[in-house]
Design a protein around this ligand. Structure first.
Ligand code: MF3
Ligand code: CO
Ligand code: CO
Length: 351
């Protein structure tokens, strides 16, 4: 796949002759000292730097996506596995104890896969290698990797690096020291899905990035602590937004938490910011995710890559995310993907 910042896409030349002449001295990688906005671009396109490479400097480039992996016949598959089309299975918002018990097992498995995948992260490996790791481990645990072929998504995990908000597709890009990466793991086990994600440091990261990751995890837990029966669902978003704003961070709007169970995504909508219209009342037995995406710059808007999956911050700002799957209990919440061994076992202030 073509890199977004390839000169042919962003720095068109006017004539074939000019392109040929310029190719003699065109550079492929940015120099150490970058031009001022109105000076000519370093790539030799003849365009102003601000109209050429400035917008893509330091951004993630698309790599090559390897062929889709298969899942052995003995693994029970969700209905979209063969076709990529997602049918809506009939399922209530409030789950029976029997379904919740199965979700607890799926949640535990998702938690374990995420922990091991996080330990696998290091500079020098490709995101495709992480996909192989998650794919194989999910199958070893007897489950199906829920992302695989979900609405035709081509891989078994989402790997979202730096300014990628979510749904990054594993490819040939190599992780660099100082990157941040979110791994979003979902397993289909015993007929139900368990969905959890966390953001990890690749090697040594900056203090700003470490703070973004810490505050994002706190945002998720403030949201989780707002959950109990009788409360309006928009209290979750309110709690998250208050904490993000305290740090002048942004809350991404386009992607939200969701009901979960026999379907990967059900109709419950969990906004991560306060919306007065989002007034559904939480009831015991409801199962859903909370998964805030927080940006360092305060930007909440996203852009989509031409793969129609990869969502990036519209200003290139770095972003982090954490996610848990939970069930509303008689007096609060039970987090099915948390507890001992989880990347985010409990609220930091309770550890
Ligand atoms: N796990 C993601 C979520 O939290 C969904 C990924 S859908 C996929 O909702 F198709 F991209 F895998
Ligand atoms: Co997820
Ligand atoms: Co989710």
């Amino acid at each position: 796949m073509a890199g977004l910042s390839s000169p042919s896409k962003h720095c068109r030349t006017n004539t074939k002759g000019a392109r040929f002449a310029r190719s003699l001295y065109r550079m492929n990688t940015a120099p150490e000292i970058l031009p001022a906005s109105n000076d000519p671009c370093w790539c030799g396109s003849g365009r102003k730097y601000k109209r050429c490479h400035k917008g893509t400097e330091g951004r993630i480039e698309q790599g090559v996506i390897s062929p889709m992996r298969s899942v052995p016949a003995n693994i029970a598959k969700p209905p979209y596995a063969e076709t990529g089309n997602v049918p809506r299975l009939e399922e209530g918002r409030v789950k029976t104890p029997e379904v919740i018990e199965r979700m607890r097992i799926a949640g535990d498995a998702a938690k374990e896969i995420l922990r091991q995948a996080g330990e696998f992260v290091r500079p020098g490996i490709t995101t495709d290698a992480i996909d192989v790791f998650v794919h194989d481990l999910t199958i070893k645990m007897g489950g199906y990797p829920s992302p695989l072929n979900y609405h035709n998504y081509p891989k078994s995990v989402c790997t979202s690096v730096n300014e990628v908000i979510c749904h990054g597709i594993p490819d040939s890009r190599v992780l660099l020291d100082g990157d941040v990466i979110n791994l979003d793991v979902t397993i289909f086990l015993n007929g139900v899905h368990g969905d959890t994600n966390a953001t990890f440091a690749v090697g040594n990261i900056s203090d700003e990035d470490a703070k973004l990751i810490r505050v994002t995890e706190e945002c998720m837990w403030y949201g989780i602590e707002a959950v109990k029966p009788g409360v309006a669902i928009n209290e979750i978003g309110r709690a998250i937004e208050v904490h993000a704003k305290k740090h002048k961070y942004g809350v991404v709007r386009a992607f939200i938490g969701h009901g979960i169970g026999e379907n990967f995504h059900t109709d419950i909508q969990v906004l991560h910011y306060f919306d007065p219209r989002n007034t559904m009342i939480l009831r015991e037995g409801m199962t859903f995710t909370i998964e805030p995406m927080i940006t360092a710059s305060g930007e909440w808007r996203h852009k989509m890559w031409d793969d129609d999956w990869t969502a990036v911050t519209s200003d290139g700002s770095r972003t982090a995310q954490f996610e848990h799957t939970m069930v509303v209990t008689a007096d609060g919440v039970d987090v099915l993907t948390a507890g001992a061994g989880a990347v985010s076992p409990s609220a930091p202030w309770r550890r």
